[in-house]
Design a protein around this ligand. Structure first.
Ligand code: IMP
Ligand code: MG
Length: 189
């Protein structure tokens, strides 16, 4: 971050350091290497937030796979899911009869994941599972399985390492929590 971007003024504390993130990727990568051995999965990154996690995770996976992306949006610039999910950019790969692994940044209400899983199943995939870095399990409003995740988190709004605030700060190397007053300021607008 350049001087003058005032990161310290918006970040309350770090939730996961670069070392924490690396450990998560190593652990999950090992598990996925075992579970997907010989299955040649299609790894589907959920744009945009998951790309940072995706590149670190897949480099810990010793599994031949193909890569594609799906961009669905439900959030806008706010803090709460709107509940409505739509496709912004669709898959290019034919996933018929393929094992698909969605890589997601965070599963919150679960609406986005449910939508993506149904969308991919409808295209004839053999299996669709998800690996998310973070799991806001207590906030789930829909019944959807999250097969792999790095860590559970509470109801904090995280930024950095892919997570944005007003589409900024994704490139922080750590996961931070926004100061409550920052959230308050924008929530009242
Ligand atoms: P869901 O449909 O409610 O599960 O929302 C999932 C999406 O909400 C994620 O893919 C994120 O893009 C976004 N999201 C949920 N919690 C946070 C957060 O704390 N910071 C930034 N984005 C979040
Ligand atoms: Mg997302």
């Amino acid at each position: 971050m350049a001087k003058g971007d005032n990161i310290d003024q918006i970040i309350d504390h770090k939730l996961f350091t670069e070392d924490d993130i690396h450990e998560m990727c190593v652990r999950l990568g090992k598990q996925l290497t075992e579970d997907y051995a010989g299955k040649k999965p299609v790894v589907v990154g959920a744009l945009k937030g998951a790309i940072y996690f995706l590149t670190d995770l897949t480099r810990q996976m010793d599994v031949a796979h193909q890569l594609d992306f799906l961009d669905v949006s439900s959030y806008g610039d706010g803090f709460e899911s709107t509940g409505k999910v739509k496709i912004v950019s669709d898959l290019v790969t034919d996933v018929k009869d393929r094992n698909v692994l969605i890589v997601e940044d965070i599963v919150d209400t679960g609406l986005t994941l449910k939508f993506m899983k149904e969308h991919i199943m409808a295209r004839g995939a053999k299996s669709v599972k998800c690996c998310a870095m973070l799991n806001k399990e207590a906030r789930r409003t829909t019944d959807v399985e999250l097969e792999y995740y790095g860590s559970k988190v509470g109801n904090e709004f995280v930024v950095g390492y892919g997570w944005d605030f007003l589409n900024m700060y994704r490139n922080l190397p750590y996961v931070g929590v926004l100061k409550p007053e920052v959230i308050q300021h924008y929530a009242n607008k």
